[in-house]
Each structure stands twice: as C-alpha cells, then as structure tokens.
Design a protein around this ligand. Structure first.
Ligand code: SAH
Length: 254
C-alpha cells in the first residue's frame, strides 16, 4: 500500500505565521521528518513519530521520507519558511526523479509557508513592492562565481535582492564580497535591511545604507534585503523608518 507525503513550510518562527493548512498537514502525519530545531517547534501528536536530522542531509532525508511513504505511512517533511525556497521541496522532487519508479505513485503535496524575505520585508515596510529576486549565498550547491554573476546581473537589472544564507562558520567572507559587488552598481545610500530571527523572541531588524552595511549585523538566521536604486527610505521621528520600493519604476530611464 502506498502512503502519502506532504512537504510543509512552517513559516519563519512566529506560530501565528504557520498557516492553518500547514498545521493540519503536520497534525495528519504519522511520521514527521525535519531538521531538529524545526521539529522542536512542533507539538508531537499522539502516535506520531518525529525523525530529526542534520540540516545538510536534505537528499538523504527526502529519500528516507519517500521510502516510508512508499511503505504506507502518512509522512510530513517540514522546512522553516516556505518548503520550496532553498528548502526540502526541491530535494523531494529530485529524489522522486532519480529514485525507484514506485515513488512516482506516492501522492505528494507541497504546502506553502511564509518565506523569510516576506516576513523581513513586512517588518520594514514594502521593500519588495516592485521587482525583486532571491539569491542564496551558500556555495554548497553551486560555484561561488555563479553567485557573483547573479548578484551583478540582479543589481544591474534593478532588482531588489533578498540574500538568504548570508553567513555561516564555513562561509565568513561571502557577504562582504557581495556588498562590494553591489556597491559597484548601486548608489551608496541604497537601503539595506538586516532581518534576524524574524518572528522569534530574539528577532532583530536593522536598516542601514549600503555604504554603511556591516557584515557583523548578519548571521545564519538573518535574511538581508538590498534595495534597488529606486528603493526609498521614509524616516519617521518617533518610529522606525519605512523602506519601500515604489510601484512605478524606470520612468525616464534609458
Ligand atoms: N525555506 C526557508 C529558507 C531556508 S534557507 C524560507 O523560506 O525562509 C535558510 C536561510 O533563511 C537563513 O540563512 C536566513 O537567511 C533565512 N531565514 C530563515 N528563517 C529566518 C528568520 N526567521 N528570519 C530571518 N531570516 C531567516
């Protein structure tokens, strides 16, 4: 008998930002797979088994979850934020493509979640109000030269850029290099937002100008949003500034 697999995005950390659909998908599972800290955020439902794993073993985790679903269990694989953004959904699709034919018969659903850049953007105003893109600075799965080429192209094309995985112990200099690349293209007053652990008790939001952007403000739990040349900062005497990217762009541009 073939079971089911749901790949579920839990949102960035605040339980109110876990959708009812995501909560229901987790509650309905007999087995839940995920990175340990994400599983700790979940109540264990009666009779449910949690399978914690290391963050880097995505393909292995996807394969184990699929094998369990193939044996008739009802399996959920959880990710923080959205499961399709630098997370487990792509690993599950990859495992199905390259795995045994029977995995293609497993009923598989992807349940979306609030991804980090949306939660960070909401704290600052509307920096993603116009065209934007997301780039992971992790070079585990792609060469660093490709990251540099994408940063240069995105900044030159006028995209606001959300940077995921900006720093880790193994990748200490990549964010600084990224700021250098975009500084060559963008005005030095371009707003930059550092959103750390958004939705969690240790949340920290900092807004600065590109000229002053300091890599020390970012860690593994930070999503950095670099504005475009059109992104505006509205200062408010008693409140934090509003950062937004206007709805119209390119008027008068070449
Ligand atoms: N699937 C996740 C992203 C996983 S990649 C999502 O959709 O959000 C991990 C990166 O996500 C981190 O390095 C950080 O850049 C970002 N991130 C995840 N949770 C975050 C949070 N609560 N606040 C800020 N950034 C976060």
């Amino acid at each position: 008998m073939t079971g089911r697999l749901a790949v579920v995005g839990l949102g960035p950390g605040n339980p109110l930002q876990t959708t009812p659909e995501a909560a229901a998908a987790v509650a309905a599972a007999s087995d839940v797979f995920g990175y340990g800290p994400y599983l700790e955020r979940l109540a264990r439902h009666p009779g449910q088994t949690h399978h914690a794993s290391d963050n880097r073993e995505e393909l292995d985790r996807a394969s184990r979850a699929l094998a369990m679903a193939a044996s008739g269990r009802s399996v959920a694989v959880v990710s923080g934020g959205d499961a399709g953004v630098f997370a487990m959904a792509a690993a599950v699709c990859e495992a199905i493509e390259h795995g045994p034919a029977e995995w293609r018969a497993i009923e598989t659903t992807v349940v979306p979640g609030v991804t980090a850049m949306l939660a960070v953007a909401a704290r600052a105003g509307a920096p993603l109000g116009h065209d934007f893109c997301a780039i992971s600075l992790s070079d585990n799965l792609k060469p660093w030269s490709l990251v540099e080429a994408r940063l240069r192209a995105a900044a030159s094309a006028g995209f606001v850029i959300a940077l995921y995985n900006p720093v880790s112990r193994a990748r200490p200099w990549q964010l600084g290099r990224s700021f250098e690349i975009v500084r060559a293209v963008l005005p030095e007053a371009t707003p930059v937002i550092f959103g750390r652990a958004v939705g969690r008790p240790d949340e920290r939001i900092a807004v600065t100008a590109l000229r002053d952007a300091d890599t020390a403000d970012a860690d593994m739990a930070t999503c950095v949003i670099v504005g475009s040349a059109e992104t505006r900062l509205v200062s408010r005497p008693a409140l934090s500034p509003l950062v937004y990217s206007p709805r119209s762009s390119g008027r008068g541009a070449a």
